[in-house]
Design a protein around this ligand. Structure first.
Ligand SMILES: [Zn+2]
Length: 267
């Protein structure tokens, strides 16, 4: 239990019969080498809500990555709560100083230099000062600019992993190789699937991606924002999050932080 977050105010209901039904619908598959897994990530700065799911994450022994932004505005209480998340074994990644998109900058080397100077270096400095030196970065708004390869090259000087986003129809998710990392994969730009949503509807694509990860011993990366039962485009309901955790667990998938991908596949 996160004592610092006792004032979060939201009562989270972790047990959900519906989520059990979702998990029950999955074929149980476990690979022999068992490195298949899922890296669940959360973006922005919903720090109270993130603290409120610590018990739920613990229930499934799931370690996740929180990509934090607005470093110039976080107060000391919020920093303490981020420490609680980090001390619980979760990763604190960088999501820019103020959440400005690369698309707001010129699509040139000079534009990237300005972006790095304004949004990346100051964020890294602040994070390092608080004890969160980042290894991973998530592109704000999922934007990689008009020249994504160039953006990646600039940012990979500062980070080991970059997390981007990928929009795809549910039926195509199991067949998009870009979403899956195989053992020994040295790609440092990770595509990810959005898992935000209020209900258990529309989980078919997510379930299919977990199934593929289990069957082919691969790793799939998900992203979400604010765990909350309130409606909101960037909210993920607690029942939905638990359904995904439960389904992953039932399939025997490992839960990875983004930084764990450095060492999880050694052959
Ligand atoms: Zn964001």
């Amino acid at each position: 239990m996160c004592l610092l977050c006792a004032s979060c105010g939201e009562e989270q209901v972790y047990e959900s019969q519906s989520s059990g039904e979702v998990a029950a619908g999955l074929k149980e598959t476990r690979s022999s080498s068992n490195e298949g897994g899922v890296a669940i990530t959360f973006d922005d700065a919903s720090i109270d809500e993130w603290c409120s799911i610590l018990d739920l994450l613990d229930k499934y022994d799931a370690k996740v990555t929180f990509f934090v932004t607005n470093w110039d505005k976080l107060d000391s209480e919020q920093i303490k709560k981020l420490k609680v998340l980090q001390n619980a074994g979760h990763e604190i990644g960088c999501h820019g100083l103020t959440h400005k998109s690369i698309n707001d900058y010129a699509s040139s080397a000079d534009g990237m230099r300005t972006y790095i100077k304004e949004e990346v270096v100051p964020a890294i400095k602040i994070m390092g000062g608080y004890g969160f030196p980042p290894l991973s970065f998530a592109y704000p708004k999922g934007n990689r600019g008009e020249n994504p390869i160039m953006a990646d090259q600039f940012l990979l000087i500062y980070f080991h992993y970059l997390r981007s986003t990928h929009g795809l129809a549910a039926s195509k998710i199991p067949y998009e190789d870009l979403l899956y990392r195989k053992c020994g994969d040295n790609r440092r730009v990770l595509s990810s699937l959005k898992i935000d949503g209020h209900s258990l509807e529309g989980l078919e694509g997510i379930q299919a991606s977990l199934q593929r990860a289990a069957e082919q011993n691969e790793i799939v990366v998900f992203y979400a924002h604010r765990p909350s039962n309130e409606p909101g485009r960037n909210n993920i309901s607690i029942a939905r999050l638990e359904a995904i955790l439960k389904a992953s667990s039932k399939l025997g998938l490992n839960f990875y932080r983004v930084r764990d991908l450095l060492n999880c596949c050694t052959n």
